[in-house]
Design a protein around this ligand. Sequence first.
Ligand code: GLN
Length: 493
Amino acid sequence: MTDLTSLGVKEIRDGVRAGSFTAREVAESFNTAVADAAALNTFIVTTPDHALAAADKVDAARAAGETLGAMAGVPIGMKDLFATNRVQTTAASHILEGFTPRYESTVSQKLWDAGAGMLGKLNLDQFAMGSSNETSYFGNVTSPWKKAGSNAAMSPGGSSGGSSSAVAARIAPAATGTDTGGSIRQPAAFTGICGIKPTYGRCSRWGVVAFASSLDQAGPMARSVEDCAIMLGAMAGFDPKDATSLQMDVPDWEAALNSDLRGKKVGIPREYRMEGTDQAILDSWEQGKAWLKDAGAEIVDVSLPHTKYALPAYYIVAPAEASSNLARYDGVRYGLRDLPDGVGLQDMYAATRAAGFGDEVKRRILIGTYVLSAGFYDAYYTQAQKIRALVARDFALAFEQCDVILAPTTPTASFPLGSMNEDPLTMYLNDVFAVPASLAGLPAMSVPATINANGLPLGLQLVGRPFDEQGVLNAGLAIQQRANFTAKPEKWW
Ligand code: GLN
């Protein structure tokens, strides 16, 4: 029998439906693969029983002749930013260690309702702040990929690095991610998998630990465009519990997948040719243009003139919102409480926060508090909001000339763990191509394009009009069919 862990979402779902194997067999195979891959540190907790119970339910439903859901029999990894009922939810922070919600996030509930089960809670950068997975309280995740001729441990990207590593290593067929300023797309690019951040509001934020609420979006990470389409369909939908949830029907993205791009225009933003971008990335961008042309699209130049201000604006808006969102962790309601003998309430707040938050999180809280302070609000926060509006307007104007935008996902391939920690600004530059679409709330996807001279994956990014996930997925499919990306990491763990 084929190794079930080599299968993706669609293959598992279809195989379970057809009776080629049972959901339990699939869950058992992945549970074993997860247990064997402890060296990657992808999971903070594993939940083999959750995966098995969901699988048994699917097998019983099939035996009873019931219709099976879109994710029936697919065991997935859940980024540990989603609240999961009675399963520890930490955001990879010490301050939430031991926090076990008594409720389920809307997105995870939708996935269980569609027949998925959970392999465990995936490691991430602490509170989703980071680009390398090194800010987790529970230790960094390691990428399954190695640089040719080197044994250095590589970064799986961040913040959804547990998700990317697990999917690339074939210990989960798919995983949830969240993207505030690139955290689905950058790790997907680093590990040779697909990931899509939908239009802001498509997926409910209810029960997702908040980082920057006006930017946070959940999305799927999987090995193919089809798998992303299926899983996004299961995750998305209006939720009255999230005030920013889109009141729109969820299209059948899988059914409408079509890589024939005749009549479509693909925009190439000239401001994305930035200094410091690897030549191999620029080459793969050229290759991407050729692929989309081959699929029938017309390539047009577009301009996004405020691109260079997007990253600085993001690093004002995101920390500002984070400083406010993270005020709730005070030792009273969740997780950690540090109450030194004989001290008062204020001291408990301070001691808990000092002990509970990691350095990067503290840095963001300090920046956020500063830019929101009375003396600096207009100089920083108001300016950043104006930039945000201009970045969004750039895209709106560009989309008068094209249907989808093609750009690199990241300026470089993955890097060795520990090599980028000197200066936080170099780390922040990882998201220079990802952040503009986040500020504008647009759907954006990373698709694997090629392997560089060092044997590491490179991704291409597609950005679409608001609500046009279909256009993004279709262009992604056209690339996937031509890139024929079959490389996978060699097992060393
Ligand atoms: N790497 C970016 C940051 O550190 C984006 C993170 C994210 O999208 N969650 O803020």
